[in-house]
Design a protein around this ligand. Structure first.
Ligand SMILES: NC(=O)c1ccc[n+]([C@@H]2O[C@H](COP(=O)([O-])OP(=O)(O)OC[C@H]3O[C@@H](n4cnc5c(N)ncnc54)[C@H](OP(=O)(O)O)[C@@H]3O)[C@@H](O)[C@H]2O)c1
Length: 326
C-alpha cells in the first residue's frame, strides 16, 4: 500500500518555478491532497487546473495566500482551520530575489525578507491550531548564497553590525536587516543572501521548539535558472550571465531536479532537524548535504533571528506548543 495515500502537503508559491514543479512531484509520488498557494485565488485556481491536467490527478486544492499581507495569512489559516485536516508536509517554498530598487511591503518589511515573515506566521498559526500532524516535516527554501561562498553574494556579519550600530544587540541588528533600516544600505544580492541566512537560522531555532516527532529543515533547491526567480534581475544578468551559466557544466539544473531536493528532505529524520541542506560547499548543483559553516551554526545569531522575527511578525508560539529551549 502506498503510505502516502493518506498524506496531505501544503506548498507555498506554486504559480511558477519550483513550487509548481514540487506540487507536481508530490502528486506523482502519491500524496492524497496537495494544497497549493498563490497570491491571488484566480491565479492559483488556474495553476491547480494546469497541474490536474498535467498529472491527470485531482489532488490539488488552491488556496489564496499573499505572504506580504498579515490579513491574507490570517484568512488562509482560517480556511485551513475550517477544513481541519492535518498537514504532513509543509513546504515553505515562496521567495524572491529583489531588484535594483529596494521594495518594502506595506508593513515596512524588505521584500526579500517578507516571505519568511509570512511563513513564520503561517507555521506558528498551524502549530497553534494543531494542524500539523505529529510527525510533520517542514521544509523552507534556503539558498547557497547564505554560505558566503557564492561569487557576487555576501552576507552581513550580524555580530559586527550589532556591535557597530546596535550596542551589541544582535536581535536589533537582524530586525534592521528584515526592515532594511536603520543603518542598512540596500544591495539586492546582499539582501537575498541575508534573507536566506536568516531562513537557515530560523529553521535551527524552530527545530528547538517543535515537539519531538516533528522536524524542520532549510533546503536549497540549488541553481535552477529556468524559473521566474530571475524576473527582477538587470538586463545584463538576464541576457548574458544567466544564459552563460546554463552553458557551464554543474552551474544549473532543471526545476524538477531542484524541486526534488525538497521531497528528498521530507523523508529526513528528526536527528537532523534544524539543519541547512544545500549543494556541497562552493557548488550550486548535485547531491545535498548538511552545511557545516560555523556562521550557520551560531546559536546566538539563531536565537537573535528568532527573537527579531517574532517581534516583526507579532507572532510567537504559545507556551503549550514550545518545549524547553535551553
Ligand atoms: N531558482 C533558483 O535558482 C533558486 C536557487 C536557490 C533558491 N531558490 C528559492 O526557491 C524558491 C522558489 O523560487 P523559484 O526559482 O521557483 O522562483 P519563482 O519562479 O519566482 O517562484 C516563486 C514563487 O513564490 C511566490 N512568491 C514570492 N514572494 C511571495 C510572497 N510574498 N507571497 C506569496 N507568494 C510569493 C511567487 O508568486 P508571484 O509570482 O505571485 O510573485 C511564485 O509563485 C524561492 O524561495 C527561491 O529563493 C531558487
Amino acid at each position: 500500500m502506498n503510505r502516502l495515500e493518506h498524506s496531505t502537503a501544503l506548498v507555498t508559491g506554486t504559480t511558477s518555478g519550483l513550487g509548481y514543479a514540487a506540487a507536481r512531484l508530490l502528486a506523482d509520488k502519491g500524496y492524497r491532497e496537495v494544497i497549493i498557494t498563490g497570491r491571488s485565488l484566480a491565479r492559483v485556481q488556474q495553476t491547480a487546473a494546469e497541474l490536474a491536467a498535467e498529472t491527470k490527478t485531482q489532488v490539488f486544492t488552491p488556496l489564496e495566500l499573499d505572504l506580504d499581507s498579515p490579513l491574507s495569512v490570517q484568512s488562509a489559516l482560517a480556511e485551513l482551520v475550517k477544513r481541519s485536516l492535518p498537514i504532513d508536509f509543509l513546504l515553505l517554498n515562496a521567495g524572491m530575489v529583489g531588484g535594483k530598487k529596494r521594495v518594502l511591503t506595506a508593513e515596512g518589511i524588505e521584500a526579500a525578507q517578507a516571505p519568511l515573515i509570512g511563513h513564520h506566521r503561517l507555521t506558528i498559526g498551524l502549530l497553534r491550531a494543531n494542524l500539523l500532524s505529529p510527525n510533520a516535516r517542514i521544509v523552507i527554501a534556503g539558498a547557497e548564497p547564505a554560505r558566503g561562498d557564492v561569487p557576487m553574494f555576501s552576507y552581513t556579519d550580524v555580530a559586527y553590525l550589532a556591535a557597530k550600530q546596535f550596542h551589541g544587540d544582535r536581535s536589533a541588528a537582524v530586525e534592521a536587516l528584515v526592515r532594511k533600516g536603520p543603518n542598512v544600505k540596500y544591495e539586492p544580492n546582499r539582501a537575498y543572501a541575508d534573507a536566506k541566512l536568516i531562513v537557515a537560522w530560523w529553521a535551527a531555532a524552530l527545530a528547538r521548539r517543535l515537539s519531538s516527532g516533528m522536524a524542520v529543515y532549510a533546503v536549497s533547491p540549488g541553481s535552477a535558472p529556468d524559473t521566474n526567480a530571475v524576473r527582477n534581475l538587470g538586463p545584463v544578468m538576464k541576457s548574458l550571465m544567466i544564459p552563460l551559466t546554463k552553458l557551464i557544466p554543474g552551474m544549473s539544473q532543471t526545476p524538477e531536479i531542484a524541486a526534488y531536493r525538497y521531497l528528498e528532505a521530507s523523508e529526513f529524520g528528526t536527528d537532523v532537524s534544524g539543519k541547512f541542506f544545500a549543494s556541497a560547499p562552493k557548488k550550486l548543483t548535485g547531491p545535498i548535504e548538511a552545511m557545516r559553516h560555523p556562521h550557520l551554526h551560531d546559536r546566538t545569531n539563531q536565537e537573535a533571528a528568532w527573537k527579531a522575527i517574532v517581534k516583526v511578525s507579532g507572532t510567537d508560539l504559545s507556551p503549550a506548543c514550545s518545549s524547553a529551549v535551553s
